[in-house]
Write a protein that binds this ligand. Structure first.
Ligand SMILES: [Fe+2]
Length: 511
C-alpha cells in the first residue's frame, strides 16, 4: 500500500485522490482488470463512500468525474474501475477485489455490493482507473449479534447556508454508521448573499443539472472525509427534488406541469442513485425509486427506513383537512410493510427513520392548534393510527429531520389529550448547516410561548449539529452534538444535552 494514500486516510480522507505510486496497485488487481486508460485528469474528485452495511456485505461507491461541476467531464464510453477490499489499511490482506464498469448512463458512478465479508469488523477499500488511485476508505460490517450500536443521525446540509463543520466531530465519534434522513442537497438557485454559492444558474431540473449539484456537494472536504470513514444509510426528503413535493405533485404546480415534474423526478432520482452508496435495488425505474428498506442488527435493533415523499397525498392547507382519513403519508403498501416490520420484529429497539417530524407541533400559544401540514401533523389519522399501534411495539424510537431544529419528544397516543399514554420517543435531528447560525435569544422568544402547548417536548434547540446514539440492551444514550458556527473558522463541537430512553419505558428524558 503506498504510504501516501494510507496517510491521507488517517489525516482527513479529503476529496483529493492520489496518483498511482510506482504502479504498485497494478499487481494487486485481477489479470482481467487491465482497465482502458481513463482521462488524464484526476477522476476521483468526488471521493469515495460506503453504505447500507450488513453483517457480511457493504456497498462501496465512487463516481468518476474529471470536471465535476460541468457534467463530469468523462468520455462517452464505459470505463473500467478496479477495486479492492482489505482487512488492513496497508492492503496486505486483500480479501475481495474485482473490476466494476463505470457507465455513461449512470454518470460513471460505481456501486460495488461487496459480499462474503466477515461480520462486525473494519475493512479498507480503494479504487483505481488508469493511472489514478482513489483515496483509501474505511468501512465496517455489522455484528451478527451486537451488544451495542453507535449511530449518528444527520440531515439537512444546505451548501449555501454554511460549512458542514459538524462532520469532523461526527467522524471522530466513530459511529457504526451515519443515518442521513434527507436534504442531502438543496435544489435552490444560487444566491450571492450566501455563505457559499450554489453552482449553476437556477434550480436543477435536468439530469446534468442535478449531477452538477450533487457533485458540488461532494467536493466538500468534511462531507467527503466522513463518507470515506463511516458507512452511511441514507434516504431522501424533499430538497433532493423540489421543496415540499408530494408524490407527483411539485411545490408549484402552476409553474411545473405534471409531465415536466415527472421528468424532473426521473432526473432527480437518477442523480440521487448515482451519488449514494446504495444497492442496485435503488436503481430508479423512471420517476420511481425504491428507498424504504429495513436493517436488522441482531436482536438488538431493527431500523425501518421510510420514504415519506413518493407515496404521500398532497399536503392539505387547513387543520380540518389534516384530519381527513383518506390522507396517507406512506401509501398503503409501505404502511403495511412498516406495520409488519414493527409487529413481527425480533428486536429490542424498533427504530424508524422518518424524514419528517412525527410528534405534534402546536404552533398556537393558548387555546386552539395550528400544524405544519408537510410533517406528520398534516396526516393526522395515519399518524394517530401508528401511535395507537406503538403501544404494542417494543421500544419504538423515531429518528427524523427536516425541521432544522433539535426537537426531542415523547410520542403520545393522543396529542390532543395531555394525559394520554406515552407510546415512544422521537429525536428530530437539527441540521448540519440549513438555516445557518441562529440567534438563541430570538429562538427562545419565538418558541418559549409554545412550550405549554407542547408538553411532550423534552428538548428544543436551534444549534446546528447532529445527534449521536449509543444503543445497548438497557437503553439509548443520546447526545445532541452542536457546533458553535457553520462559518469559518471552525469551533470545537460540544455536547449540548444528554438524553436517555430506558428499555421498556416509553418516552425520553434528559439526564
Ligand atoms: Fe432541510
Amino acid at each position: 500500500m503506498p504510504e501516501i494514500t494510507r496517510r491521507r486516510l488517517i489525516t482527513a480522507g479529503a476529496a483529493a485522490s492520489g496518483a498511482l505510486v510506482a504502479g504498485q496497485l497494478t499487481t494487486a488487481t485481477t489479470a482481467a482488470a487491465a482497465p482502458r486508460r481513463a482521462a488524464a485528469a484526476d477522476p476521483f474528485t468526488l471521493g469515495i463512500a460506503s453504505g447500507d452495511p450488513l453483517t457480511t456485505a457493504v456497498v462501496i461507491w465512487t463516481r468518476l468525474a474529471t470536471d465535476p461541476l460541468h457534467g463530469g467531464g468523462m468520455p462517452d464510453r464505459t470505463v473500467a474501475v478496479s477495486w479492492q477490499v482489505a482487512e488492513d489499511q496497508r492492503f496486505r490482506r486483500v480479501v475481495r477485489r474485482g473490476t466494476a464498469y463505470a457507465q455513461p448512463r449512470f454518470g460513471h458512478s460505481v456501486h460495488v455490493d461487496v459480499r462474503g465479508l466477515r461480520p462486525g469488523r473494519e475493512y479498507w477499500y480503494r479504487f483505481r482507473t488508469g493511472a489514478h488511485l482513489s483515496t483509501v476508505g474505511r468501512t465496517r460490517t455489522m455484528d451478527a449479534a451486537p451488544s451495542k450500536l453507535r449511530v449518528a443521525l444527520a440531515s439537512c446540509q444546505n451548501w449555501q447556508h454554511g460549512y458542514f463543520n459538524s462532520y469532523a466531530d461526527m467522524r471522530d465519534q466513530e459511529p457504526d454508521f451515519v443515518l442521513f434522513v434527507g436534504d442531502y442537497i438543496y435544489e435552490s438557485a444560487p444566491s450571492t448573499s450566501s455563505v457559499r454559492v450554489h453552482e449553476g444558474s437556477g434550480e436543477p431540473v435536468t439530469l446534468d443539472q442535478y449531477r452538477n449539484r450533487y457533485a458540488q456537494y461532494r467536493t466538500d472536504p468534511d462531507l467527503n472525509a466522513v463518507h470515506a470513514a463511516v458507512p452511511w444509510i441514507v434516504t431522501f426528503d424533499d430538497h433532493e427534488v423540489d421543496n415540499d413535493w408530494a408524490g407527483e405533485v411539485p411545490q408549484d404546480p402552476d409553474k411545473q406541469p405534471h409531465d415536466a415534474f415527472v421528468n424532473r423526478l426521473t432526473a432527480a432520482f437518477q442523480a440521487y442513485y448515482e451519488h449514494m452508496p446504495v444497492r442496485a435495488a435503488a436503481v430508479p425505474n423512471g420517476p420511481h425509486i425504491q428507498m424504504y428498506r429495513r436493517f436488522d442488527f441482531g436482536d438488538l435493533a431493527r431500523l425501518n427506513v421510510l420514504d415519506t415523499r413518493q407515496f404521500r397525498s398532497n399536503q392539505v392547507t387547513s387543520d380540518a383537512a389534516a384530519k381527513d382519513p383518506k390522507l396517507t403519508m406512506l401509501g398503503a403498501t409501505q404502511k403495511q410493510w412498516l406495520i409488519n416490520g414493527l409487529e413481527r420484529s425480533p428486536a429490542r429497539w424498533n427504530l424508524i427513520a422518518s424524514q419528517i417530524m412525527m410528534a405534534e407541533t402546536d404552533n398556537v400559544a393558548g387555546p386552539g392548534k395550528n400544524w405544519f401540514y408537510d410533517a406528520w401533523d398534516g396526516y393526522q389519522v395515519e399518524r394517530n393510527d401508528l401511535m395507537a399501534r406503538f403501544q404494542n411495539i417494543r421500544n419504538p424510537v423515531v429518528l427524523s429531520g427536516d425541521r432544522h431544529l433539535t426537537m426531542i419528544s415523547d410520542l403520545k397516543k393522543d396529542f390532543s389529550d395531555p394525559k394520554s399514554a406515552v407510546v415512544g420517543a422521537e429525536f428530530v435531528g437539527t441540521s448540519i448547516s440549513s438555516n445557518g447560525d441562529q440567534d438563541v435569544d430570538a429562538f427562545n422568544a419565538q418558541w418559549d410561548p409554545l412550550r405549554p402547548d407542547n408538553p411532550h417536548w423534552k428538548l428544543i434547540d436551534c444549534h446546528r449539529g447532529y445527534h449521536l446514539f449509543d444503543i445497548d440492551r438497557d437503553g439509548i444514550d443520546a447526545k445532541v452534538r452542536v457546533v458553535g458556527t457553520v462559518r469559518k473558522p471552525v469551533s470545537a463541537a460540544t455536547t449540548l444535552a444528554g438524553l436517555r430512553v430506558d428499555e421498556g419505558k416509553p418516552g425520553v428524558h434528559t439526564v
